[in-house]
Design a protein around this ligand. Sequence first.
Ligand SMILES: [Zn+2]
Length: 151
Amino acid sequence: MKKEQKANTSSLSLLSVAGLEPYKEAKGEEYMNPKQLEHFKLILEAWLAQLKDEMGKTVSHMQDEAANFPDPADRATQEEEFSLELRARDRERRLIKKIEKTLKKIEIDDFGYCESCGVEIGIRRLEARPTADLCIDCKTLAELREKQMGK
Ligand SMILES: [Zn+2]
């Protein structure tokens, strides 16, 4: 499961989900011009469609299997499995919200800049993590603070 999630957020797999090549900037091209915004919109939309597709599959798989275990021990194992799956779905639902929020930012032309300090987040970082709303420095700082607070 962990491995899968990593693959989902790596730039290569997100780009290939969208059927896109890494963005090649022309010389002197303006950051987050309409072409770049379109590029990220396609990535985010493809990612969103993939997540929704996966969620639909899990729900029907759970409905299919729910009635198949008359033995209470089997049922307990199965319920545990389901609750793990549900937690994973929960994470995905949050991710979907974040992707939708990011798509709105593209719409209003507010995409690609750090929400904390305002610098350009950068095309490569955004391809790896299209929902990033902090630059790498602010992100590192935020993670350090989180660690210090002991989560
Ligand atoms: Zn920043």
